[in-house]
Design a protein around this ligand. Structure first.
Ligand SMILES: [Zn+2]
Length: 192
């Protein structure tokens, strides 16, 4: 049986290619990125949740946001997103499909004002992964499967020291990936 592209079957081994793109991901290149500062080792994975509109899934609005093509007239809550330029390296949709918007070698714009272990500007040295979801709703099993396969690939390629939530690097400002994210489950999958 063929696996749907971008969805990780169990025991998937994805590679990150020399240009920083993950073999298992569907590429959806965003213009929102920059160069990482020289000598900034990639040492951190930051997990997020996002849904547009909040609490609603599907629709493709997250992808539109990351590609600067979101029609902000479509929903009242989108008003706040006008002129916003953001991105993440990866987006994992509810069905577990994996999209990559920025090369892992480049600096994506996901963390904002942030600090980890006294070091500010986490975008410089991190990889951002967005899970389609919200703080109030459990994530899907296939999202964890894809996330674990992706983390394994990233751990193999980069000297990752920590996997953290956005809330941990921007406390008081951010709450994602939120209380519904099952860190223990991710850890278990990574140990499989
Ligand atoms: Zn976030």
């Amino acid at each position: 049986m063929l696996a749907k592209q971008g969805v990780a079957p169990k025991n998937t081994h994805w590679a990150i290619d020399q240009d920083g793109w993950c073999a298992g991901a569907t590429q959806l290149p965003s213009p929102n990125y920059g160069v990482r500062p020289a000598a900034s080792e990639i040492s951190l994975i930051v997990l997020h949740n996002i849904s547009l509109p909040a609490g609603q899934f599907g629709g493709g609005y997250i992808q539109d946001l990351f590609l600067n093509r979101l029609n902000c007239d479509l929903h009242p809550s989108f008003n706040d997103l006008r002129e916003l330029k953001v991105s993440a390296h990866f987006l994992i949709l509810r069905d577990g499909s994996l999209l990559q918007c920025v090369s892992t070698l480049a600096r994506a714009w996901h963390a904002g004002v942030s600090a980890f272990e006294g070091r500010s500007g986490c975008n410089d040295f991190s990889i951002g992964i967005e899970l389609e979801g919200s703080d109030e709703i459990a994530f899907e099993a296939q999202q964890y499967q894809t996330l674990a396969a992706l983390c394994r690939a990233l751990l193999q390629r980069f000297a990752i020291q920590h996997i953290v939530g956005h809330n941990e690097i921007a406390p008081g400002r951010k709450t994602d990936p939120g209380p519904c994210f099952d860190w223990q489950h991710l850890q278990t999958l990574l140990q499989d």
